[in-house]
Design a binder for this molecule. Sequence first.
Ligand code: SF4
Ligand code: SF4
Length: 181
Amino acid sequence: MAEAKKRKGTALLAVMDENCSSCAGSPICEAHCPVDDCINLLYEELPGGGLKPYRVFVDNDKCIGCQMCFSDDLTKVQQHKDTGEIFYEYANKFYDANRKPVAADAVPKRISLQLIGTESEDRLDKKICPWDAIKMHEFEDGLAQSEYFYDQSKLKQVNGMYVIDAKEKARLEDKQSDLYD
Ligand code: SF4
Ligand code: SF4
């Protein structure tokens, strides 16, 4: 088995699912991503020839889990992996389970925390994706989840564009149907 990749900083991964419409070829999420070539437009081959925007995919090796593609205003709900303690994180500040600010010297190390959810006062308005196609996952879970929606090694590159052929598209759509059995 391949050794799990070591991640620096946050351990999250963004996954774009089947709700993604590619924003008609102008991905809104991509404009929010601070990492070059992390969110990529994917084209599909048309039966009669030619290409059409299909979805976006995330380069799992590049995503730093910053969530900037996910929401422009959210509170992250973090749980301490050892103690189970809940922390709320907003704008790089930490609050305890009673929403009281946590003193700087009591803030747990990032590596000890796992994201268990996010909250926002008005989440729907603050979400970046109009189709709710972006989900944030713990990194390993995200890797497994992304396999339902894209496999970068099976994409072609045509004139610098990523392209999915009909066979790979059908394979993924078949795999996705397992998610909803
Ligand atoms: S904003 Fe949503 S629909 Fe638009 S490209 Fe990104 S994931 Fe797809
Ligand atoms: S989480 Fe951050 S790095 Fe990852 S795709 Fe979204 S904006 Fe880009």
